[in-house]
Design a protein around this ligand. Structure first.
Ligand SMILES: Cc1cc2nc3c(=O)[nH]c(=O)nc-3n(C[C@H](O)[C@H](O)[C@H](O)COP(=O)(O)OP(=O)(O)OC[C@H]3O[C@@H](n4cnc5c(N)ncnc54)[C@H](O)[C@@H]3O)c2cc1C
Ligand code: SF4
Length: 567
């Protein structure tokens, strides 16, 4: 690409957003993405053939190909090793990229155009104002116009209600919580999830249309495959779940100024040190993930948007200046999983039907927010993922734990054998609640380099997270609130899985604003190097889902970067 202004590393939650914003300002932008591109004619067999080199037009997007690749078979998509969405190169004859995480849990990220938003459930709440004001180096008020812009672009709507949301609201109300249908949350309460999912297709109740016909029309069909990527919509840019590969990427291509190169892993940031400019970024070295060839690419500005593990890893592997906060301070919402199993007769009296059918509707359609503690969200996960979540526990097997009279749970720990079969037999009558804690930043947590282990992209990251005492206390309160909500809704059995601390689904704060980057997200130590992913968050936002805030910040960063270097 001639006269390149900006290189963006990573096409995920933040990278696609800043590329679109800069492209609209007339800058020439190249996005380098390590993983594959699904649904682009230039890569018809993205997991078995190298395909083309780059694409810069929306005409290359192909919805038929997209739907062939992103289907509704959950393990086909979400098996972390062999599924389409995995953390590894497009080429399936090669293994995943290794991370050294010496603790129980899972690091759940996806490579590819869209990054981890390909599999995310699209929940788009704003941070709690109290988690930002007088804490971050910028105020909540300053974020609002950028939140509004992202909410209008994706777009963000309040989730549609199906049986699982109805039951969640019923339990929340009975437990004494109030409805707070607002975006700026300052007091506890429950509400429909603000999410990046198109409102339901208005023909959804038309019995003359088949499910297949509906899936080719615009609008959500409540089919519950959000986490599999969502294959519903008439064209790639109108797919119902608005992950960045179907929202910001097509908009970026439409500007005519953005070029995307998948299968390109950036292994080094190149810098120069001059008297007039000081230490500043001038380009990158990439490694083609199919051929292994390396290439140097130069531009005026480099933006890291490779996620909260790979951004610090790239900094460290590039030998950029030492900073005690690079990679440090990781938060992950110290998540947990509480499930309630209901009797048919109770469901009939509350919902008018004997089943909740967790696989119907937006995957996470309802939430309860509690500034200062965190959040609870209803989750209707598909059966395979539900069974696997029952199996990851800090407490070991469930037979080790007999509840005492005061315990809010009936079963604690990892389900197995008959108990697992019994719970899965009740799958259609199960409401799951995901706990996300307002966990504390601790400099001991985060990403370092393993000095002994390299892969083809450099020394591999070591990822570590141990919750602090206040984080443990907060999660314990949230677990009790979740159990109470389920009991009040009528659950006959409550299962507390007690997830280990290493469940990395929301990973933030490893390149914190105020420590590694300034409040415009430019690195303090390397000028012309910006960061536009979850890593720049100052804290865990109060426990709310991180992507909308990353996207708001990426929108703001584009504006600040343009004003400083191009205006
Ligand atoms: C199952 C699941 C559900 C989730 N649901 C939600 C939700 O509902 N709401 C929410 O807010 N968040 C959710 N999240 C978290 C959400 O996915 C992340 O917050 C978001 O994707 C982070 O954006 P990012 O830009 O930091 O990183 P990513 O989206 O992970 O993007 C990073 C990109 O950079 C690429 N990359 C990395 N290193 C390099 C390199 N060196 N060179 C080139 N490319 C590179 C990667 O391949 C990737 O595409 C969920 C996550 C999971 C796993
Ligand atoms: S419920 Fe999820 S998968 Fe189904 S159409 Fe709506 S967004 Fe797509």
């Amino acid at each position: 690409m001639a006269d390149l202004d900006v290189i963006v590393i990573g096409a995920g939650g933040g990278g696609a957003v800043i590329a679109k914003e800069l492209g609209e300002k007339g800058l020439k932008v190249l996005i380098l993405e390590a993983g594959p591109w699904y649904g682009n004619k230039k890569w018809p067999n993205p997991n078995s053939q190298a395909g083309g080199k780059s694409s810069s037009t929306i005409d290359d997007l192909d919805v038929i190909l997209y739907k062939q690749l992103l289907n509704k078979f959950e393990m086909n998509m979400n098996d972390l090793v062999s599924g389409r969405f995995r953390w590894g190169p497009a080429d399936r004859s090669r293994p995943q990229w290794f991370r050294n995480a010496n603790q129980k849990g899972v690091i759940w990220q996806c490579s590819g155009v869209g990054g981890t938003t390909q599999t995310y459930t699209a929940n788009c709440p704003r941070a709690y104002p109290a988690a930002v004001d007088n804490v971050w180096p910028l105020s909540y008020q300053e974020l609002i116009p950028y939140y509004e812009k992202v909410e209008a672009t994706l777009p963000v709507n309040f989730a549609a209600t199906t049986a699982k949301e109805d039951l969640f609201y019923y339990g929340a109300k009975k437990a004494g919580w109030h409805l707070i249908p607002t975006l700026d949350v300052i007091s506890p309460g429950y509400r429909p999830q603000p999410n990046a999912i198109l409102p339901p297709n208005e023909n959804i109740t038309n019995l003359n249309l088949t499910e297949e016909q509906l899936s080719w029309m615009e609008g959500c069909t409540l089919s519950g495959h959000c986490i599999n990527g969502c294959p519903h919509g008439p064209s790639v840019d109108k797919i119902a779940k608005r992950s960045t590969n179907v929202s910001y990427v097509p908009l970026a291509l439409k500007t005519g100024n953005v070029c995307m190169r998948p299968n390109a892993f950036v292994i080094k940031i190149i810098t120069e040190n001059t008297v007039s400019k000081g230490l500043h970024a001038v380009g990158v070295i990439i490694r083609d993930t199919w051929t292994g060839e390396q290439e140097e690419i130069r531009a005026g500005i480099v933006v890291m948007a490779s996620g909260s593990i790979e951004s610090p890893r790239l900094w460290l592997n590039s030998g950029l200046p030492e900073n005690p906060w690079v990679g440090r301070g990781l938060v992950n919402h110290y998540m947990d999983w509480v499930s309630g199993i209901f009797d048919e007769k109770d469901l009939i009296s509350i919902l008018g039907t004997p089943d909740i059918n967790p696989f119907v509707g937006n995957t996470c359609g309802a939430r309860l927010d509690y500034p200062g503690l965190g959040t609870l969200q209803s989750v209707g996960m598909s059966p395979g993922l539900t069974a696997s979540f029952y199996a990851v526990s800090e407490s070991g097997y469930s037979f080790l734990h007999t509840p005492s009279i005061n315990d809010p749970w009936d079963i604690k720990g990892r389900l197995y054998g008959y108990e697992l079969k019994d719970s899965m037999d009740s799958y259609r009558r199960t409401l799951n609640v995901l706990v996300s804690t307002d966990d504390e930043v601790d400099q001991r947590n985060g990403v370092t380099l393993d000095p002994l282990t390299r892969d083809e992209n450099g020394f591999v990251p070591v990822v570590n997270y141990q919750p602090t005492k206040p984080s443990i206390r907060k999660r314990s309160e949230l677990v009790k609130m979740a159990a109470d909500l389920l009991r009040k809704a009528g659950a006959k059995k409550v299962i507390w899985t007690n997830w280990p601390a290493g469940m990395m689904i929301h990973i933030e704060s490893t390149m914190r604003m105020g420590f590694v980057v300034d409040h415009d997200c430019e690195s303090f130590q390397v000028k012309k190097l910006y960061i536009a992913d979850n890593s720049v968050h100052y804290n865990s936002l109060g426990g709310v889902n991180p992507t909308l805030t990353t996207q708001a910040l990426a929108t703001r960063t584009a504006e600040k970067l343009y004003e400083k270097y191009f205006n």
